[in-house]
Ligand binder design. Structure first.
Ligand SMILES: [Zn+2]
Length: 282
């Protein structure tokens, strides 16, 4: 599936689709609560009130660059906090190639943040070593985000992610640390969106009068647009993440901006009373 924003093409590559089983991420989004938001059904929830989400990458092709935004969970990883994310064997790279983007054609990788399901395909396992998957790419990590995890990957799960999916790319000399408000190309500017993680960044795309927002994990699911204070279990700073949701969604609500979430989308944000809701774009 692909969408165009002026001269920019955005393609969704799904690694894993999920319905339900997501309560561990958003404990407040019970089936009862979810059914109170009928606008979520069927695009973002089942009629029973189970959340529909996916783990995916967005490939962003501009007139000059081929960029992968976020790199899912990855194959062959071990020590993940979510047991069924260990030892995956998914055709993610084949799917990318089939969509017209073989790994060696990618020149830029950017991670909105350095969590387990956004860095996995940064590396792949070759003869017991983790090597960069996108050999011709510069990898852009947020400086704030990288510095945070360098000193805060203290529990075993975070340490494993940092060791097999972040540090090998740094050691291969392929990483550029960027400021959270950096301008990447004529069309793409970063927006600092802390809260879910210390240095989380969103991408703002503008081309020929059209706009898109790649919002990463500012929200894991559109239910957080109606309930801005529903933080995910993985938010580093819940107050800050609530604040960031309000600021970011206020800025783009009721505009034609297409919003591509880290685990949903695309669609458009509408104001709804004191909060927001989300309408899917097919
Ligand atoms: Zn995520």
């Amino acid at each position: 599936m692909a969408w165009t924003i002026g001269k920019v093409k955005i393609t969704k590559i799904v690694e894993m689709a999920l319905t339900g089983g997501t309560r561990f991420i958003l404990p407040q989004a019970t089936p009862e609560q979810t059914r109170e938001m009928p606008w979520l059904i069927p695009d973002f929830a089942s009629p029973e009130g189970r959340l529909v989400m996916s783990v995916h990458s967005w490939v962003v092709e501009t007139p000059t660059r081929r960029i992968v935004v976020d790199t899912c969970i990855g194959n062959d990883k071990q020590g993940r906090g979510v047991p069924h994310w260990n030892g995956l064997d998914k055709p993610f790279l084949q799917d990318m190639a089939a969509a017209g983007y073989p790994a060696d054609s990618i020149d830029t990788v950017i991670c909105t943040h350095l969590h387990v399901d956004h860095v996995g395909w940064n590396t792949r396992l070759v003869e017991d070593r983790w090597i960069p998957t996108f050999d011709n790419a510069r990898y852009l990590f947020g400086r704030t985000e990288y510095d945070y995890w360098k000193t805060h990957s203290t529990d075993a799960a975070h340490a494993a992610v940092f060791a097999d999916s972040v540090q090998p790319v740094v050691e291969a000399g392929k990483v550029d640390l960027v400021d959270s408000d950096a301008r990447l190309t004529d069309e793409i500017t970063l927006i600092p969106t802390p809260g879910h993680s210390a240095g989380h960044m969103a991408l703002h795309i503008r081309s020929e009068g059209e706009e898109a927002l790649l919002s990463g994990d500012v929200a894991h699911h559109p239910c957080q647009m109606a309930h801005l204070d529903w933080s995910s279990s993985f938010d580093t700073d819940e107050q800050q993440s609530t604040k960031t949701r309000r600021t970011l969604f206020s800025r783009f609500a009721d505009t034609p901006t297409l919003v591509f979430g880290g685990h949903f989308g695309p669609g458009r944000i509408l104001r709804d009373g004191d909060a927001f809701r989300f309408v899917a774009t097919q």
